[in-house]
Design a protein around this ligand. Sequence first.
Ligand code: BV8
Length: 226
Amino acid sequence: MKKVVVLTGAGISAESGIKTFRDSNGLWEGHDVMEVASPEGWAKNPELVLDFYNQRRKNVRQSKPNAGHLALVDLEAKYDVHIITQNVDDLHERAGSRNVMHLHGEILQAKSSQHEELVYDLEEDIHWGDKCERGSQLRPNIVWFGEMVPAFEEAAMIARNADIFMIIGTSMIVYPAAGLIHYVEKNIPVYLVDPNTDISEVDRSVFHFKENATTGVPRVVQQLLQ
Ligand code: BV8
Protein backbone atom coordinates (compact mmCIF):
# COMPACT_ATOMS: atom_id res chain seq x y z
CA MET A 1 0.00 0.00 0.00
CA LYS A 2 1.22 3.52 -0.75
CA LYS A 3 1.94 5.68 2.29
CA VAL A 4 0.00 8.93 2.71
CA VAL A 5 1.46 11.19 5.40
CA VAL A 6 -0.84 13.97 6.66
CA LEU A 7 0.34 16.97 8.70
CA THR A 8 -2.63 18.63 10.40
CA GLY A 9 -2.99 21.81 12.43
CA ALA A 10 -5.71 23.67 14.28
CA GLY A 11 -7.59 24.43 11.04
CA ILE A 12 -8.83 20.86 10.66
CA SER A 13 -10.62 21.16 14.02
CA ALA A 14 -11.93 24.71 13.45
CA GLU A 15 -15.28 23.56 12.03
CA SER A 16 -15.68 21.25 15.01
CA GLY A 17 -15.81 24.35 17.18
CA ILE A 18 -12.22 24.25 18.49
CA LYS A 19 -10.52 27.64 18.18
CA THR A 20 -7.39 27.99 16.09
CA PHE A 21 -4.47 29.99 17.45
CA ARG A 22 -3.67 32.75 15.01
CA ASP A 23 -6.89 33.37 13.11
CA SER A 24 -8.87 36.47 14.09
CA ASN A 25 -10.52 35.75 17.44
CA GLY A 26 -7.98 32.95 17.81
CA LEU A 27 -6.80 31.47 21.10
CA TRP A 28 -3.76 33.64 21.37
CA GLU A 29 -5.90 36.75 21.07
CA GLY A 30 -7.18 36.28 24.61
CA HIS A 31 -3.86 35.22 26.09
CA ASP A 32 -0.18 35.97 26.04
CA VAL A 33 1.23 32.74 24.61
CA MET A 34 4.22 32.74 26.93
CA GLU A 35 1.97 33.18 29.99
CA VAL A 36 -0.11 30.07 29.33
CA ALA A 37 1.96 27.84 26.99
CA SER A 38 5.57 28.00 28.19
CA PRO A 39 7.62 26.65 31.13
CA GLU A 40 8.19 30.25 32.26
CA GLY A 41 4.42 30.83 32.42
CA TRP A 42 4.00 27.56 34.32
CA ALA A 43 6.66 28.58 36.85
CA LYS A 44 5.15 32.05 37.28
CA ASN A 45 1.45 31.20 37.59
CA PRO A 46 0.67 27.45 37.35
CA GLU A 47 -2.99 27.90 38.30
CA LEU A 48 -3.54 30.28 35.34
CA VAL A 49 -1.99 27.64 33.06
CA LEU A 50 -4.07 24.81 34.58
CA ASP A 51 -7.24 26.89 34.12
CA PHE A 52 -6.36 27.70 30.48
CA TYR A 53 -6.08 23.99 29.67
CA ASN A 54 -9.08 22.99 31.83
CA GLN A 55 -11.23 25.39 29.78
CA ARG A 56 -9.89 24.10 26.45
CA ARG A 57 -10.31 20.48 27.57
CA LYS A 58 -14.03 21.08 28.22
CA ASN A 59 -14.36 22.52 24.70
CA VAL A 60 -12.60 19.49 23.19
CA ARG A 61 -14.89 17.06 25.04
CA GLN A 62 -17.95 18.92 23.67
CA SER A 63 -16.61 18.87 20.08
CA LYS A 64 -17.06 16.19 17.43
CA PRO A 65 -14.92 15.14 14.46
CA ASN A 66 -15.95 16.82 11.20
CA ALA A 67 -16.02 15.74 7.53
CA GLY A 68 -12.33 16.58 7.24
CA HIS A 69 -11.32 14.12 9.99
CA LEU A 70 -13.73 11.50 8.63
CA ALA A 71 -12.47 11.73 5.04
CA LEU A 72 -8.96 10.88 6.27
CA VAL A 73 -10.39 7.65 7.73
CA ASP A 74 -11.89 6.76 4.31
CA LEU A 75 -8.38 7.07 2.84
CA GLU A 76 -7.30 4.06 4.95
CA ALA A 77 -9.29 1.79 2.61
CA LYS A 78 -6.58 2.15 -0.02
CA TYR A 79 -3.55 3.74 1.63
CA ASP A 80 -1.27 3.31 4.61
CA VAL A 81 -2.23 6.61 6.32
CA HIS A 82 0.03 8.25 8.92
CA ILE A 83 -1.37 11.34 10.62
CA ILE A 84 1.13 13.69 12.24
CA THR A 85 -0.88 16.32 14.09
CA GLN A 86 0.11 19.51 15.86
CA ASN A 87 -3.29 19.40 17.53
CA VAL A 88 -3.77 18.37 21.13
CA ASP A 89 -7.42 17.29 20.66
CA ASP A 90 -8.50 13.67 20.06
CA LEU A 91 -10.75 14.28 17.05
CA HIS A 92 -8.61 12.22 14.66
CA GLU A 93 -8.85 9.25 17.03
CA ARG A 94 -12.58 9.70 17.62
CA ALA A 95 -13.12 9.89 13.82
CA GLY A 96 -11.48 6.44 13.60
CA SER A 97 -7.95 7.18 12.40
CA ARG A 98 -5.66 4.42 13.65
CA ASN A 99 -2.25 5.96 13.12
CA VAL A 100 -2.05 9.33 14.87
CA MET A 101 1.08 11.02 16.25
CA HIS A 102 0.67 14.10 18.45
CA LEU A 103 3.75 16.30 18.01
CA HIS A 104 2.62 18.81 20.65
CA GLY A 105 1.00 16.48 23.19
CA GLU A 106 -2.56 15.54 24.14
CA ILE A 107 -4.88 17.77 26.16
CA LEU A 108 -6.81 14.77 27.55
CA GLN A 109 -3.66 13.56 29.31
CA ALA A 110 -1.66 14.78 32.29
CA LYS A 111 2.01 14.12 33.01
CA SER A 112 4.20 14.45 36.06
CA SER A 113 5.98 17.83 36.17
CA GLN A 114 9.13 16.08 37.48
CA HIS A 115 8.99 12.63 35.85
CA GLU A 116 7.90 13.25 32.25
CA GLU A 117 7.57 9.54 31.53
CA LEU A 118 4.63 9.34 33.95
CA VAL A 119 1.60 10.09 31.74
CA TYR A 120 -2.06 9.69 32.82
CA ASP A 121 -5.35 9.74 30.91
CA LEU A 122 -7.55 12.46 32.36
CA GLU A 123 -11.16 12.00 33.44
CA GLU A 124 -11.32 15.34 35.21
CA ASP A 125 -9.49 18.66 35.22
CA ILE A 126 -6.04 19.16 36.69
CA HIS A 127 -5.84 21.26 39.86
CA TRP A 128 -2.90 22.63 41.84
CA GLY A 129 -2.08 19.93 44.38
CA ASP A 130 -2.94 17.00 42.08
CA LYS A 131 0.14 14.77 42.27
CA CYS A 132 1.68 11.93 40.26
CA GLU A 133 2.36 8.55 41.91
CA ARG A 134 5.78 9.86 43.00
CA GLY A 135 4.37 12.97 44.66
CA SER A 136 5.10 15.63 42.02
CA GLN A 137 2.55 18.12 40.69
CA LEU A 138 0.67 17.07 37.56
CA ARG A 139 0.75 19.31 34.44
CA PRO A 140 -0.96 19.07 31.04
CA ASN A 141 0.77 16.57 28.72
CA ILE A 142 1.47 19.39 26.26
CA VAL A 143 4.70 20.53 24.53
CA TRP A 144 5.04 24.21 25.43
CA PHE A 145 7.00 26.85 23.53
CA GLY A 146 10.67 26.46 24.28
CA GLU A 147 10.26 22.73 25.06
CA MET A 148 11.66 19.90 22.94
CA VAL A 149 9.32 18.08 20.54
CA PRO A 150 10.20 14.47 21.48
CA ALA A 151 8.39 12.80 18.55
CA PHE A 152 9.95 14.99 15.86
CA GLU A 153 12.72 12.59 14.78
CA GLU A 154 10.16 9.82 14.28
CA ALA A 155 7.86 12.23 12.42
CA ALA A 156 10.70 13.24 10.10
CA MET A 157 11.40 9.56 9.28
CA ILE A 158 7.71 9.06 8.43
CA ALA A 159 7.69 12.19 6.23
CA ARG A 160 10.83 10.99 4.44
CA ASN A 161 9.02 7.77 3.42
CA ALA A 162 5.81 9.43 2.22
CA ASP A 163 4.47 8.56 -1.24
CA ILE A 164 1.92 11.37 -0.91
CA PHE A 165 2.06 14.29 1.58
CA MET A 166 -0.98 16.29 2.73
CA ILE A 167 -1.00 19.48 4.80
CA ILE A 168 -4.33 20.50 6.33
CA GLY A 169 -5.23 23.63 8.32
CA THR A 170 -1.91 24.96 9.55
CA SER A 171 -0.24 28.35 9.28
CA MET A 172 3.15 26.58 9.04
CA ILE A 173 4.57 29.05 11.57
CA VAL A 174 5.58 26.73 14.41
CA TYR A 175 8.87 24.84 14.20
CA PRO A 176 10.10 22.16 14.05
CA ALA A 177 6.64 20.90 12.89
CA ALA A 178 6.46 23.28 9.92
CA GLY A 179 9.87 22.02 8.81
CA LEU A 180 8.54 18.51 8.17
CA ILE A 181 7.80 19.39 4.53
CA HIS A 182 11.55 19.64 3.91
CA TYR A 183 11.93 15.93 4.71
CA VAL A 184 9.52 14.96 1.92
CA GLU A 185 11.28 13.83 -1.28
CA LYS A 186 11.11 16.43 -4.05
CA ASN A 187 9.17 14.18 -6.47
CA ILE A 188 6.40 13.46 -3.98
CA PRO A 189 3.03 15.19 -4.61
CA VAL A 190 1.97 17.64 -1.87
CA TYR A 191 -1.69 18.57 -1.30
CA LEU A 192 -2.45 21.64 0.86
CA VAL A 193 -5.98 22.25 2.19
CA ASP A 194 -6.18 25.66 3.86
CA PRO A 195 -8.21 28.81 3.02
CA ASN A 196 -5.29 31.14 3.69
CA THR A 197 -1.83 29.63 4.12
CA ASP A 198 0.35 29.66 1.10
CA ILE A 199 3.69 27.90 1.11
CA SER A 200 4.93 29.48 -2.11
CA GLU A 201 8.31 30.01 -0.48
CA VAL A 202 8.72 26.24 -0.47
CA ASP A 203 10.20 25.58 -3.91
CA ARG A 204 8.04 22.69 -5.02
CA SER A 205 4.71 22.30 -6.78
CA VAL A 206 1.81 22.07 -4.35
CA PHE A 207 -1.82 21.26 -5.17
CA HIS A 208 -3.47 24.00 -3.08
CA PHE A 209 -7.17 23.62 -2.24
CA LYS A 210 -7.83 27.13 -0.88
CA GLU A 211 -10.90 26.13 1.11
CA ASN A 212 -12.08 24.78 4.44
CA ALA A 213 -11.23 21.28 5.60
CA THR A 214 -14.81 19.96 5.53
CA THR A 215 -15.00 20.49 1.75
CA GLY A 216 -11.34 20.41 0.73
CA VAL A 217 -10.27 17.20 2.46
CA PRO A 218 -13.14 15.09 1.03
CA ARG A 219 -12.27 16.45 -2.44
CA VAL A 220 -8.62 15.47 -2.15
CA VAL A 221 -9.57 12.06 -0.71
CA GLN A 222 -12.05 11.47 -3.54
CA GLN A 223 -9.29 12.20 -6.07
CA LEU A 224 -6.87 9.84 -4.31
CA LEU A 225 -9.44 7.03 -4.04
CA GLN A 226 -10.35 7.17 -7.74
C1 BV8 B 1 11.36 24.20 20.30
C2 BV8 B 1 0.90 23.26 22.38
C3 BV8 B 1 13.57 24.16 20.99
C4 BV8 B 1 0.38 24.41 23.12
C5 BV8 B 1 2.16 24.26 20.65
C6 BV8 B 1 11.02 32.44 20.50
C7 BV8 B 1 10.83 31.98 21.80
C8 BV8 B 1 10.60 30.62 22.09
C9 BV8 B 1 10.56 29.71 21.04
C10 BV8 B 1 10.73 30.17 19.75
C11 BV8 B 1 10.96 31.51 19.46
N1 BV8 B 1 11.07 31.64 18.13
C12 BV8 B 1 10.91 30.43 17.53
C13 BV8 B 1 10.73 29.53 18.51
C14 BV8 B 1 10.51 28.11 18.33
C15 BV8 B 1 9.04 27.87 18.61
C16 BV8 B 1 8.23 28.43 17.46
O1 BV8 B 1 8.20 27.84 16.39
N2 BV8 B 1 7.56 29.58 17.70
C17 BV8 B 1 6.78 30.18 16.64
C18 BV8 B 1 5.55 30.88 17.28
C19 BV8 B 1 7.66 31.17 15.89
N3 BV8 B 1 8.88 26.44 18.70
C20 BV8 B 1 9.02 25.86 19.90
O2 BV8 B 1 9.19 26.45 20.95
C21 BV8 B 1 9.00 24.35 19.86
N4 BV8 B 1 10.11 23.85 20.61
O3 BV8 B 1 11.65 24.88 19.35
O4 BV8 B 1 12.25 23.70 21.20
C22 BV8 B 1 14.42 23.43 21.92
C23 BV8 B 1 15.52 22.79 21.40
C24 BV8 B 1 16.36 22.13 22.27
C25 BV8 B 1 16.07 22.09 23.64
C26 BV8 B 1 14.92 22.73 24.14
C27 BV8 B 1 14.09 23.41 23.28
C28 BV8 B 1 7.74 23.82 20.53
C29 BV8 B 1 6.56 24.22 19.68
C30 BV8 B 1 5.31 23.60 20.28
C31 BV8 B 1 4.52 24.68 20.97
N5 BV8 B 1 3.23 24.13 21.36
N6 BV8 B 1 1.05 23.71 21.03
C32 BV8 B 1 -1.10 24.38 23.07
O5 BV8 B 1 -1.68 23.78 22.14
O6 BV8 B 1 -1.66 24.99 23.97
S1 BV8 B 1 2.22 25.06 19.16
C33 BV8 B 1 0.68 25.57 18.68
O7 BV8 B 1 0.87 26.12 17.35
C34 BV8 B 1 -0.32 24.46 18.48
O8 BV8 B 1 0.19 23.17 18.69
C35 BV8 B 1 -0.65 24.58 17.01
O9 BV8 B 1 -1.00 23.39 16.47
C36 BV8 B 1 0.63 25.06 16.48
C37 BV8 B 1 0.62 25.55 15.08
O10 BV8 B 1 -0.50 26.36 14.90
P1 BV8 B 1 -1.53 25.90 13.75
O11 BV8 B 1 -2.02 24.54 14.06
O12 BV8 B 1 -0.90 26.11 12.42
O13 BV8 B 1 -2.73 26.88 13.98
P2 BV8 B 1 -2.82 28.41 13.54
O14 BV8 B 1 -3.90 29.04 14.32
O15 BV8 B 1 -1.44 29.01 13.52
O16 BV8 B 1 -3.26 28.32 12.00
C38 BV8 B 1 -4.57 27.83 11.71
C39 BV8 B 1 -4.59 27.51 10.24
O17 BV8 B 1 -5.82 26.88 9.94
C40 BV8 B 1 -4.48 28.76 9.37
O18 BV8 B 1 -3.58 28.49 8.32
C41 BV8 B 1 -5.91 28.93 8.84
O19 BV8 B 1 -5.91 29.47 7.54
C42 BV8 B 1 -6.40 27.51 8.81
N7 BV8 B 1 -7.85 27.36 8.94
C43 BV8 B 1 -8.72 28.12 9.66
N8 BV8 B 1 -9.97 27.61 9.53
C44 BV8 B 1 -9.87 26.52 8.73
C45 BV8 B 1 -8.52 26.36 8.36
N9 BV8 B 1 -8.10 25.36 7.56
C46 BV8 B 1 -9.04 24.50 7.11
N10 BV8 B 1 -10.35 24.59 7.42
C47 BV8 B 1 -10.80 25.57 8.23
N11 BV8 B 1 -12.11 25.66 8.53
